[in-house]
Design a protein around this ligand. Structure first.
Ligand code: ADP
Ligand code: MG
Length: 695
């Protein structure tokens, strides 16, 4: 239950003055449904204005505040702007220009002959100076325009800066007095303000200490939640699984394991032998050989008399895993079944029965394997492929499936930098496959200007003529961006003109059956060229695909590019990756693409990606899209997360030493514990508290 003290922060934004149904939509789009969200909607930047006495003093492009007297309103016919000519104290004239609907307010705000404070940016308009859509127009009597430094917020259509600033001010008025959750010594050393002060300061101007404190709060909440899950997991009852090697010995792998595979398998086996359930993440680049490691873990489980389940993010991947594993385990006699949402009727019944009576040892599938109707005789191990598609809460739901908590092995091919691994998977132990199986051919990677399309088409023709296949990726940042979808479809049409019916397309707006059908045709070799938005990211294994074309490569993150590139280079043939770039490249973008050409080490690319994106963040414009954080920027994550983790561990160790974690509701004892609990709810990371209490 959320502590009462937080109630004011979680009241709906509609309760603020001046918020009607009209504002609901833009507020929702910005995710500002509650006062808490409004208070944490931190400025993207600030404008600093200069008060000038006369237009003569203002430079073109400068942000100013100036007293002006409107002298004439000029409505234009048709679609032209609405202009108000106004005069400063020295008699200089400028135009205040309004487009569209904004002109209605101009009529009211600027009565002829009455002096007003006007704030805005000075522009040149022919011979005259003008201010387009002044930021503020107020009566000169009040002192409203004293503030020369103003926050600029991210907006949505239907909201204005003053309106939003007003809501923020109201929200800040209502901040409760919360107890301090940061250790006094740290607060002191960093010279950070209190929570409420930090919020106010962060809205008032550039303030690194305030911003850091707010970011730290979020990082600490996350670290604490993960540490709680971890502590909770340690107390859960699982079962110790040890194999006798009888199944693994019968596996005839056509290759020796790499050192990294052997090491990871040993780490997993040691975990499985423990009574407390394993929570381990297997990180390994595309092609690093995670499947064999997972198989080894599943065989140990079966040798120990229990069942294993492998959860894949998509139907196709489930099917591919099923085929691969069935082939590999053929000599062992292990019973493997596939269960997806598509299976209906008799076949499904058979599988369910087999899982219940234990005649099926290993089941592979999508979410369907964890529906309520699926019961296991003795589920000992859950393997989750492509973990990042699943949230923490889902992981916890899975853990509740058996009478005893099964061991969990998560796998990801997303090479996450170490700091972010901590943020995202801090409750897990990590095994890294940082060594590729021998004999992999390097993928020939080139950066090419988009206007050399003829060369690119020629390359595609060569690959297809050689009986190989190709991917062609178009960027689509938002699933609902119709322009980007149109561009991708235009490319598809153009490629069909050239290559005919061999071309298929998948994108985010297709139904999943349509997507699967196209992917399957490509995987089976029926289609030669697959045009796709990034839905193939967590994709299929098609060894005869040897060309990857990525349009507007500069718009993708390095980690994403690397993942896409990893779709090729899986067979015996030499593979190529063409990164098509637009004309206007920033220096960072150029560096990133160059790095793609130079290395194929996913972990290195991930670290560099973070470094390149992390730099250049001044006021913390949020670029941390793929992190679990809203307040903390990449730079702050790197700098402050390790501190937060130590702090969280310390808090938990103290709690454990006081014997509190086992007792219901007493997870975090003491005053600081209570404060920490409030923090968890403030950032909605309370799943940590809940698991502890639920037991
Ligand atoms: P990923 O980590 O992307 O899941 P896979 O498990 O699919 O990688 O392995 C990629 C390919 O490498 C497969 O064809 C697999 O058989 C092969 N492979 C795995 N381990 C080794 C190894 N030690 N030596 C040679 N090939 C290997
Ligand atoms: Mg895999």
């Amino acid at each position: 239950m959320r502590p009462d003290i937080l109630n004011p922060l979680f009241t709906p934004t509609e309760t603020l003055e001046g918020v009607g149904p009209k504002l609901a939509k833009p507020l929702n789009r910005l995710g500002l449904g509650r006062l808490r969200d409004v208070a944490y909607h931190l400025p993207e930047r600030f404008v600093t204005r200069r008060a000038v006495a006369s237009l003569d003093d203002a430079a073109i492009g400068e942000q100013v505040v100036i007293a002006l007297v409107p002298i004439e309103h000029q409505a234009s016919r048709g679609r032209g702007p609405y202009r108000v000519l106004a005069q400063d104290d020295a008699g200089n004239i400028c135009a205040l220009t309004y487009f569209g609907r904004a002109s209605y307010s101009a009529k009211k705000l600027l009565p002829v002959g009455e002096k007003r404070w006007v704030a805005g940016r000075i522009d040149q308009y022919g011979q005259m100076l003008q201010i387009v859509h002044p930021d503020h127009v107020v009566e000169t009597g009040g002192d409203t325009l004293r503030r020369l430094c103003e926050p600029v917020y991210r907006l949505a259509e239907g909201l204005t800066q003053p309106k939003l600033a007003n809501l923020v001010a109201q929200a800040l008025e209502k901040l409760p007095d919360l107890p301090e959750w940061i250790a006094p010594s740290l607060l002191d050393r960093m010279q950070w303000p209190d929570w409420a002060d930090a919020l106010e300061l962060a809205h008032q101007g550039v303030n690194a200490a305030a911003r850091d404190r707010l970011a730290y709060d979020e990082l600490l909440a996350n670290a604490l939640a993960l540490a709680l899950v971890r502590a909770d997991n340690r107390q859960k009852k699982g079962r110790s699984l040890t194999g006798d090697g009888r199944l693994r010995d019968r596996l005839s792998l056509p290759f020796p394991l790499t050192g990294a595979q052997t090491r990871s398998i040993a780490e997993i086996e040691a975990d499985l032998a423990q009574e407390s359930p394993m929570l381990r993440l297997l990180q390994g680049d595309v092609g690093a050989g995670k499947t064999v490691v997972a198989l080894a873990a599943m065989l140990v489980t079966v040798e120990a008399g229990a069942q294993a389940a492998l959860l894949a993010p998509t139907e196709i991947l489930a099917r591919q895993h099923f085929e691969t594993l069935r082939r590999m385990t053929a000599p062992t006699g292990v019973q493997i079944a596939l269960l997806t949402g598509r299976d209906k009727g008799r076949a499904r019944e058979g599988t369910l029965l087999g899982l219940m009576d234990g005649s099926i040892d290993i089941v592979i599938g999508t979410h369907a394997i964890f529906q309520d109707s699926v019961n296991y005789r003795d589920l000992g191990l859950v393997v989750i492929d492509e973990q990042h598609r699943f949230g923490v809460s889902q992981r916890l739901a899975l853990a509740g499936k058996g009478r005893r908590t099964p061991h969990t092995l998560a796998m990801t091919a997303t090479p996450i930098p170490r700091t972010l691994t901590l943020a995202q998977y801090g409750e897990m132990d990590v095994s890294r496959l940082d060594e590729m199986p021998p004999g992999r051919q390097a993928i020939d990677t080139r950066v090419i200007a988009l206007d050399r399309m003829d060369d690119v088409i020629a390359a595609a023709r060569r690959h297809l003529a050689g009986g190989q296949q190709a991917y062609w990726v178009c960027p689509m940042v938002h699933d609902d961006d119709t322009n980007e979808l149109a561009a991708a479809e235009a490319r598809y049409a153009a490629l069909r003109e050239i290559f005919g019916a061999d071309v298929v397309m998948v994108h985010g707006q297709l139904k999943s059956e349509e997507k699967d059908a196209a992917m399957e045709r490509f995987a089976a070799g029926g289609a030669k060229l697959l045009v796709a938005t990034t839905v193939i990211e967590v994709g299929v294994d098609v060894p005869s695909a040897t060309l990857m074309v990525i349009e507007q490569a500069e718009r993708f993150g390095l980690a994403q590019l690397h993942q896409l590139r990893g779709r090729v280079g899986r067979g015996a043939e030499k593979s190529t990756c063409l990164l098509l770039r637009g004309e206007m490249l920033s220096e960072t973008a150029r560096d990133r693409l160059a790095l793609m050409r130079e290395t194929q080490d996913g972990f290195l690319l991930a670290e560099e990606d973070l470094r390149l994106r992390g730099g250049g963040e001044l006021l913390g414009t949020r670029q941390s899209g793929d992190t679990p954080f809203n307040v903390a920027t990449l730079e702050q994550i790197q700098r402050l997360l390790p501190v937060a983790h130590d702090d969280a561990r310390m808090l938990l160790d103290r709690a454990e030493a006081e014997g509190a974690t086992g007792k219901k509701g007493a997870a975090l004892p003491g005053e600081r514990g209570e404060a920490a609990r409030i923090l968890l709810y403030l950032f909605e990371r309370d799943f940590g508290v809940r698991t502890l209490r639920g037991g």
